[in-house]
Design a protein around this ligand. Structure first.
Ligand code: GDP
Ligand code: MG
Length: 601
């Protein structure tokens, strides 16, 4: 297809604002999926996506759409819809998807208004010079307020409120007009067809049968089957075994030219060899310069991950290896814990990424897992000026420390104006600095804060939601780091450190953490035959203490003498229980107690 007849666009929307439903309607109206083959959320392939209603990996789909001009001639266009992941953790992938498009449909629920992540993605799209097509969705809802929100969106996009299309993905109202408008407003792609090939990778997915499927947008030149290509960041060369478009099932083609969007298959087995943001070129006639913007994904949040049943450790290791084939951002290394046994320290892009990885491991590999409280990365400068990077709090160096640096984010919060006070209070408790505030309309505000990432990974979003009755939305981006007064709090059982509970916290919060953790463990650890002190300490200084009183526990006492077989059973049961005990110093603790302490945070 010549570039003049191509339109590449994405849909920017908040979770639940109806992107998948609208995509379904577009697939039906353009005839690429007939009504019989249609199932809801056609493009959301992963089970977990359907169940949680979120799109984790972006997809691209090609649809034909003909438009009549003034003279009455029908011109056939090809629309490429590139789906973008809708969550903060995947901002980098969103920005790559945006870079593959000339236009973006800004889709907003007409009963909700725009949310923080959508606003952040809208700004990203505007920075990328994408043509924005503002759309209010779900206008069939009785609670819809299209006039009010059209004003709000028009103000943000800088257009007339009458330019905001009003549609319903559910009933199909307005979707034809939307497809027409995409053809009319989104600019055709342009590039140099005679230049060496340059294609940007905006997604890379591992498929059990086909190996890695790489989704690209061709910028210059063209790619054809059987030729050899080079990934510019790694210089690795591969043969193109298959090249094609998704419509919405894969259809092999004879090549992809300027502006086209499609997939490549090279026989590569690991997504790290075909990285989002990288540039693909031709080995015979290579481009000299890569397309801008590639960077390696950086894990920001770390947590220990352990099988609840220790014998599952090899299964967990294999499962992580498999998952990594499909997730270039996932990093992990083996770790052992006195409390939890053998496991891994895993690095994630953020909290949602953590949840998704854990849920996929449990679901797809049938594992029961426990994770330690998530923490961020700290750079610790020692007295001799050397810098240690800490991803596990129990490895925080002792001795004299010059400085500790922690990552900070720029957060955007959108909420009804009546919650300004509550939000300010929460952000202050979390060591936030207000950077600015704007009214989106008479009763909705956008607040911008600088906050330590560590304060966000710990239940910030839940708190924000509960303090605003669910109305606030949050987006954040890691922007740098700052020096802070941070200390490590250790939890000790009879003087022995319980590694899984060490935490790095702000000096002012060390006491609260110590009291909370010692109190919790006191309730969870069964009494022993001797008294057991539970202490929280910063270095050698104890800041909180609880005591488990001694008891003499005699399981046979319950049996009133008589039934021998019952006694034996009880003894066996106790032996069984012993196997799952972790010994810290002289104290036997059932692993369940540690697990309970970690999960009830
Ligand atoms: P996504 O998270 O943006 O992909 O949103 P979905 O397409 O999964 O839609 C979220 C929810 O909104 C689902 O329950 C849909 O049935 C519902 N929904 C989507 N579009 C419409 C619409 O136009 N009208 C109404 N009434 N409900 C809609
Ligand atoms: Mg969806």
């Amino acid at each position: 297809t010549p570039p003049e007849l191509l339109r590449n666009f994405c849909i920017i929307a908040h979770i639940d604002h109806g992107k998948s439903t609208l995509a379904d309607r577009m697939l039906q109206l353009t005839g690429v999926v007939d009504s019989r083959a249609m199932r809801a959320q056609y493009l959301d392939r992963m089970d977990i996506e359907r169940e949680r209603g979120i799109t984790i990996k972006s997809q691209a789909v090609r649809m034909p759409w003909a438009l009549e001009d003034e003279s009455g001639t029908l011109t056939p266009y090809a629309l490429n819809m590139i789906d973008t992941p809708g969550h903060v953790d995947f901002t980098y992938e969103v920005s790559r998807s945006l870079a593959a498009c000339e236009g973006a449909v800004l889709l907003v629920d007409a009963a909700q208004g725009i949310e923080a992540q959508t606003l952040a993605n809208l700004y990203l799209a505007m920075e990328n010079d994408l043509q924005i097509i503002p759309v209010l969705n779900k206008i069939d809802l009785p609670a819809a307020q299209p006039e009010k929100y059209a004003e709000e969106i028009a103000g943000l996009v800088g257009c007339d409120p009458d330019d905001v299309l009003k549609v319903s993905g559910k009933t199909g109202v307005g979707v034809t007009e939307l497809l027409d408008r995409i053809v009319q407003r989104v600019p055709a792609p342009h590039g140099d067809p005679d230049a060496p090939a340059r294609a940007m990778i905006f997604d890379s997915v591992y498929d059990t049968y086909r190996g890695v499927v790489t989704y690209v947008r061709v910028v210059d030149g063209n790619l054809s089957p059987r030729e050899r290509i080079v990934m510019m960041s790694t210089r690795a060369a591969h043969e193109l075994l298959e090249i094609g478009v998704t419509a919405p099932e894969p259809v092999p083609t004879q090549g992809l030219g300027v502006g086209e969007v499609g997939y490549l298959i090279t026989g590569v087995k690991d997504v790290r060899q075909s990285k989002v943001g990288d540039t693909v070129t031709n080995q015979a006639k290579p481009a000299s310069e890569a397309l801008g913007g590639y960077s390696d994904p950086k894990p920001m949040v770390f947590s220990g991950l352990y099988p609840i049943d220790g014998s599952d450790y090899p299964v967990l290791r294999d499962a992580l290896d498999k998952l990594k084939l499909n997730d270039a951002a996932l990093v992990y290394e083996p770790e052992t814990s006195v409390a939890l046994g053998f496991g891994f320290r895993v690095g994630y892009l953020g909290l949602l990424h953590l949840e998704i990885v854990r849920e996929r491991l449990e679901r797809e590999f049938n594992l029961d897992l426990i994770s330690t409280a998530p923490n961020v990365i700290y750079d610790v400068t020692l007295e001799d000026r050397s810098v240690v990077t800490v991803t596990n709090p129990s490895e925080f160096p002792g001795g004299k420390i010059m400085e500790v640096r922690e990552p900070v984010v720029r957060a955007t919060i959108l909420a009804p104006a009546e919650y300004i006070g509550a939000i300010m209070e929460l952000c202050q408790q979390r060591r936030g600095d207000l950077l600015g505030m704007d009214y989106l309309s008479a009763d909705r505000v956008e607040m911008r804060y600088q906050l330590p990432l560590a304060e966000i990974v710990f239940d910030f979003f839940d708190q924000l939601k509960s303090k605003t009755r669910g109305y606030a939305s949050l987006d954040y981006d890691v922007t740098g780091d700052q020096a802070a007064d941070l200390v490590k709090v250790d939890i000790l059982l009879q003087g022995e450190q319980v590694d899984a509970f060490s935490a790095i916290v702000h000096k002012d919060k060390a006491y609260a953490y110590g009291v909370m953790m010692t109190g919790k463990l006191k309730d969870l650890i069964p009494r022993q035959q001797f008294e057991v002190p539970i202490q929280a300490a910063v270095g050698a200084r104890v800041i909180a203490r609880e005591t488990i009183r001694a008891i003499r526990k005699d399981v046979l006492a319950k049996c009133y003498g008589g039934d021998i077989s019952r006694k034996r059973k009880l003894l066996e049961k106790q032996k069984e229980g012993k196997k799952r005990m972790k010994t810290i110093g002289r104290v036997d603790v059932p692993q369940e107690a540690f697990i309970a302490a970690l999960t009830s945070q």
